[in-house]
Design a protein around this ligand. Sequence first.
Ligand SMILES: Cc1ncc(COP(=O)(O)O)c(C=O)c1O
Length: 445
Amino acid sequence: MTITRVAGPLPGPRGRELLEQWHQYEADVVGFQAPVVWESARGCVVRDVDGNLYIDWTSGVLVTNVGHCHPHLVRMINEAAQRLLNNYECANVERIEAARRLVQALPEHLDRCFFLSTGSEAIEAAGRLLKRRTGKFEILTFEGGFHGRTTAAAAFGGMAGPKRGYGPTLPGVIRAAFPNPYRDPFGWCDDGPEFPRYFDYLDQVVMANSTGSLAGVLVEPYQGAAGFIFPPAGWLKRLERWARDRKLLFALDEVQSSYGRTGRMWALEHEDLRPDIVTIGKGIGSGFPVSAVAATHDVFACLSKGEMSSTMGGNPVSSAAVIAVLDIMEREDLVARSASMGEYMKQRLETMKAASPHLGDVRGMGLVLGLELVKDRESKQPAPELTRPLMLACAERGLLVGSVGVHGNVIRVAPPLVISREEADESLNIMEQALRSFTPEHAAV
Ligand SMILES: Cc1ncc(COP(=O)(O)O)c(C=O)c1O
């Protein structure tokens, strides 16, 4: 008996009908996804409106870390919703408990948090804290970085998509290249732990671009949207020290990388980082919209009463979700599970790489793994033309995957952390078959 079941070509009849209706009303502006209309999901398994069953390697977009519709999460949200939906800035029982639990789950020095609604909102808040705390206005960020789509968040990012066609972006953002071990033309990645070549370059970037008002650094522990690019081991720690030596604040964007995704609760644990500010989103509500910015009380002290606020932030229902997710993470030991299942899946994917000429790189840690598609392994030329056919080949066999990457050629392997060995094996088998279905002609299109 298999977990997945797909009867006939996609979309199925009901799915086709609904997809045809969809964009008569809602603008057709989202990215490419397999033509599936989701009806329900539990754990790692998604059911569509035609009754087809898929294993999910997307977690939405690295959101549903505790599994889709975890019963404890659903119950806690329901119970809170029966009592109170919103009370704006007033205290409510869930908000107080959620703040206590979140701060307790964070590294000790991060002793304050503030609840917001989306990752972008958390980034906007982090940007304000960086500037207000230092009295300076420049922020160093990275090419390929993605921090959201609101105006400041998009400006902090180093991807063109969220900015194209909207005119000049926020002044005061200085961007440096992010070291990429798979594509490393300047040899920045192999001279750790000090990385002198990279940090000489970084000094030059600041010298050439800063007006002398640099407040701090904002960086993702790994670049998510750019293609799950993990910097070389030790680089983040060195970056933190580089920032400290220059009396800059260090802000880490853990919107995507936290809540067990990398095999640790926080990605910062891998290198024992001590950021002044951390942004948190996605997994914190595992499907319920909530985000947070965490920092030291010293950083938050730069704001007076009334200077940070959010209409939806800290509402009782999203706060209940924060508590429930932490309960589940602890009870089900999901951080350890992410580390061990990630290792298992990565090993099998590495084996597939050896057999697939178009699979240039398998990378990542925990349950955030990227499969980079290339025309051939020697040239490493990106092959974005393979992404859609591979996503469709997977969906037709019962596996939902998404894509990322500056070139759109990286397949996301990011299932809910509750994925079982059976679900992992079946989904890996599907990926293996889908990869085999490719011939060199696909790359030539
Ligand atoms: C690292 C990172 N920061 C910020 C964001 C923005 O979050 P949101 O889409 O919830 O605004 C994202 C979203 O993908 C992200 O990956």
